[in-house]
Design a protein around this ligand. Sequence first.
Ligand SMILES: NC(=O)C1=CN([C@@H]2O[C@H](COP(=O)(O)OP(=O)(O)OC[C@H]3O[C@@H](n4cnc5c(N)ncnc54)[C@H](OP(=O)(O)O)[C@@H]3O)[C@@H](O)[C@H]2O)C=CC1
Ligand SMILES: CC(C)=CCC[C@@H](C)[C@H]1CC=C2C3=C(CC[C@@]21C)[C@@]1(C)CC[C@H](O)C(C)(C)[C@@H]1CC3
Length: 436
Amino acid sequence: MSSSKATTVLNPRTTSYEFLGPPGAFLVSVGVPFVLYAIYFGCNESSGGCPPALDTIPDRVISAVTDVNWWKGLWDSEASIIYFGWYAFCLISWAILPGDWVEGTTLRTGEKKLYKINAFSTFLLALGTTSGWIIRNGPESFTFFYDKWVGFVTAALINSFVQSVYCYASSFRANRLLALGGNSGNFLYDWYIGRELNPSIGSLDLKSFNELRPGLILWILINISMVCEQAVRRGGFANVTDSMWLVLAFQTWYVADGLYNEPALFTTMDITSDGFGFMLSVGDLSWVPFIYSVQARYLAFHPVELGIPATVGIIFANALGYWIFRDSNGEKNDFRNGKNPKNLKFMQTKRGTKLLTSGWWGISQHPNYLGDLIMALAWCLPTGFNTPVTYFYPIYFAVLLIHRQRRDDEACHQKYGQDWIEYKKRVPYRIVPYIY
Ligand SMILES: NC(=O)C1=CN([C@@H]2O[C@H](COP(=O)(O)OP(=O)(O)OC[C@H]3O[C@@H](n4cnc5c(N)ncnc54)[C@H](OP(=O)(O)O)[C@@H]3O)[C@@H](O)[C@H]2O)C=CC1
Ligand SMILES: CC(C)=CCC[C@@H](C)[C@H]1CC=C2C3=C(CC[C@@]21C)[C@@]1(C)CC[C@H](O)C(C)(C)[C@@H]1CC3
């Protein structure tokens, strides 16, 4: 077979679109930066944390975008220097911190990619350095994320855009393994979905690096900055509210869990089937740190005292969600690694792999999504009920997970054929038992 024929067999043309095709890709690509800024301008101290009345929004948007100073205000050189310094810190940590090299899943070429496992130690180093800085220089020295929010958002968006363009352009080099869904030939769509499956620079895999380190860890550093902002306003850490500590503790735990279980990432849909396009680069680098931290940012200027009964109730909700999330992900990871310590029932498929039909995976097709959603709700409750903005996260997240479940359902249909239909008869609920 000639080499161009072999490439076509390995990288077939994408014949069907997801996300409503190029128009959908365009809308998300413009909509995500828009929401990132809008959620700041619609939920800050001067707006009282609440979005403006709906009928005033068009006028506000028009007066902002027609004002040159508003555009200039989106850029902040100091914020950009700190942001790119942070990105460099993540790269250097990846390169110099020790870590095992672990194989990912088998690729279409039959090969396996190697990944360096040191995301958790990068996290510990970042937390240690930040704590040392704050202890030495006081909380007022670490409020810059609060003060320069918009500048940081802009820097992260620039990074997301540059990386997606770089990955798209470099996917045209010879012998690249492309994502099955990102090779449609439509420039906008392929740039958005990601054309190359695993873009890398040397041994650095850009997709997994960006998904776990610069954005996810930054989310927690931003939260810490919000705690500092509240501490400065309220006269010290002793006066930081219980609600703020809860948000910090829950989200730090969630991120630590994801980083500690780094190898589990290599079996997720993002790593096995999606490319690294604008969708993931903006999701990882901009959306996660600046949208997922909205509760802490709100509490920085709008403190809420919960009291013991509410605190206990919210801790219980988060613990329930975490238990479902961790235990179900653990069952599947063990099973996919050839272990079945709970002796769970499963069905054998013609494809060779087995599907669990008892334990969490007998209750719904994505019990891990259910746990994640319960946690998402528990993270908003500490902010009370004065603003809908802090509840944006679970709403967006429910939409993301329902969409993800549908994409996965289609992918599993293709992978397992009739066996998947049989599996769905045995486990009919998609995410929430008896509801969905
Ligand atoms: N915080 C956030 O913003 C986000 C968090 N997440 C979290 O990421 C995690 C991973 O999510 P994701 O990759 O989407 O999905 P899943 O972890 O649900 O993985 C789906 C895959 O699992 C395998 N599988 C499906 N059913 C079974 C079964 N019964 N037994 C064994 N294997 C099965 C199939 O792959 P195969 O058979 O090929 O192994 C399927 O493609 C989740 O916990 C999710 O909540 C996800 C998105 C965003
Ligand atoms: C609006 C938009 C462009 C969204 C893109 C989606 C991304 C924000 C999410 C896709 C999958 C994700 C995962 C995590 C964070 C959010 C994104 C990047 C994750 C790293 C969070 C921590 C978890 O423990 C996880 C490792 C399981 C998870 C993996 C998927």
